[in-house]
Design a binder for this molecule. Sequence first.
Ligand SMILES: [Cu+2]
Length: 180
Amino acid sequence: MRIALPFILSLALGACGDPADEAASGVDHAGRSHYMSGNAAAPGPVPDDGVAPVIDVRAAWMRPHPQGRDVTAAYFAVRLSEGSADRLLSAQIEGASGVELHGHTMNAQGMMQMRPIGPQDLTSGGPLVFTPGGRHLMVHGLAPVAEGDSVNGTLVFERAGDVPVTFQVRSMPPGMPTDY
Ligand SMILES: [Cu+2]
């Protein structure tokens, strides 16, 4: 342990950078090695209501990369247009080396930290929203993108399977659809 612990700490400090928006809001980013509990208690399967879920994706966008960084954040809102329940398991983005579902939690010192979260339930009761200051996709290793670009990806759902999504690269949020 005398050897391993400092090594792990140095990885934690360097593994996962903050995109500018999260840094600006005073969020301290927890590195990937802090991942402990997100998936610890695996939920049961999503109930099958006999209706194949259809996922409606809106307002998918991605921040341009902060200068000199290879990590950025992406956001979207999804809603069930058919069916009553599904679960977002993971996401992929073309060209990225990794994509993590992140959320914010309060640490023991009362600071908000970003860290990986587990699968996210989606019900007919309302949309599942990934938005600045809340849940987001942490996108690693993507070649830098700039305002006006678009990037293709996939949202992976437990029941609906792979759902294609196109993220528009923009600095400002597009605003939530009014019919959500
Ligand atoms: Cu994050």
